[in-house]
Ligand binder design. Structure first.
Ligand SMILES: [Zn+2]
Length: 157
């Protein structure tokens, strides 16, 4: 699998998506259910740059938009940041809220370096196990993890 597959078109890290995690790691779903109860939504995906007919990502309007605009990523588009990505990054899903910020970061430091940064960001600081956007604790060692909800909190004074 190519590294770039984990770079989301919108600037999100596919490697932290529960659908991606469950697709690449057969034990993820079971461990997730142990912590949160039932797995609500079924999704198959190997990342935005690796879509096939089974992938969840086909339905994403950002993915469709990058196809229409003929760009690899949102940040490469002449219209970036457009209303679509602005709406996306301010919707009700906390994990979308870093889309514009991370798109800019990806553009600035390059996709490969950004991926290394993101991989570290979304791995347990204690044992290195990857975790998903909404994970509260590491599935491997139980350490508390810094998830998207925590990142979304206004800074404490
Ligand atoms: Zn851990």
């Amino acid at each position: 699998m190519k590294e770039i597959d984990r770079a989301g078109k919108c600037g999100l890290y596919c490697g932290a998506c529960p659908f991606y995690r469950a697709t690449v790691d057969p034990t993820f779903k079971e461990r997730y259910e142990k912590e949160y109860g039932k797995w609500e939504e079924e999704g198959y995906c190997l990342g935005c740059s690796n879509l096939d007919e089974r992938s969840w990502g086909n339905e994403c309007e950002i993915v469709q938009c990058t196809k229409n605009q003929n760009v690899k990523f949102c940040h490469a588009c002449s219209l970036f940041p457009c209303k679509k990505i602005e709406d996306f990054s301010t919707d009700e899903c906390p994990h979308h809220h870093t889309a514009i910020k991370e798109s800019k970061r990806m553009k600035e430091i390059g996709c490969k370096t950004w991926l290394t940064e993101q991989e570290k960001r979304w791995s347990c600081s204690k044992c290195g196990e990857p975790f998903a956007w909404y994970s509260k604790t590491c599935h491997q060692c139980g350490e508390q993890v810094f998830n998207c909800v925590a990142e979304d909190q206004p800074p404490k004074k």
